[in-house]
Design a protein. Sequence first.
Lengths: 196, 118
Amino acid sequence: MQIPYNEELRPDTGLYNAKLGIWLFLASEVMLFGALFSAYIMLRTSNPYWFDIKSILNIPLATLNTALLITSSVTMVMSWVSLKLKDLNKFKIYLGLTLLCSFGFLIVKYFEYTAKFAHGYIPAYSTSLACYFTMTGLHVLHVIGGIVVFLYLIGPGIKMWGSEPERYTNRIEVVGLYWHFVDLVWIFLFPALYLL
Amino acid sequence: MSEDIKHHISIYRNVFIALLILTVCTVCASYIHFSYAWVGLLVGLLIACGKGYLVASQFMHLNNEKKWIYGTLILTVVFFFVLLFMPLFWHTNNIGYGNGAYEDVNHKTHHDDAHHGH
């Protein structure tokens, strides 16, 4: 059975189904992270004995991670552009670079987490560290989710390019929107947790 | 179509440079000692909003999208602010008071406390 509106646009929304679907999903994600930000602000402003984690966090490493995510966002959008220009080789290079940056992000995060644990800075240590691990941990899970989808799309999923190139391009656009959202969340997490 | 896309490539490159510069600005702003803490907070969040705008408008193409997506996002933003400010107004909450629900809970709690105290 052929599922309609995979490639062609729906006349009522002017969108293909997956695009509307991913935006609805991202809307729910905004509420998820919004709830965490709200809780963080409330806990921080109402606690007179707030443990300032700025002094124990590694700002240069977090800045490197910010640069990695921004770079991955650019390479992601460039991979979609490559498919629009029917250049599969360039697409593979750009998506490969996106994967590389996302793995780089995870490696940096690993070093950050292990350094904290080695000093006994675990979530139970203080409310501020609990907030830090909850928010960055959830973000890391989203990065891992993105990596799994990238690996599928550059691996077995690439077969679709041969049979349904438009649909495959749409898939890349949809996963790109998700990835930019992950970048967007980090843009706000970085100053909120590390700098302010 | 392809000409239009090629035009976008230069925009993506410029946005990338702008995002990196704004990241450096964020880090620098965190080292500046502002006389009031909220000024530093405001500066940090304003830069983050600028970066967020660039990502959303250019990479996610929100500067040129369909009305269904704008509708979804407007609803999300409204509920996001409700969610953000709801705890701040918690002390004004009187829903449920006056119908016996909360009074019963309070009465029960005091009763239990008194019971355990003895």
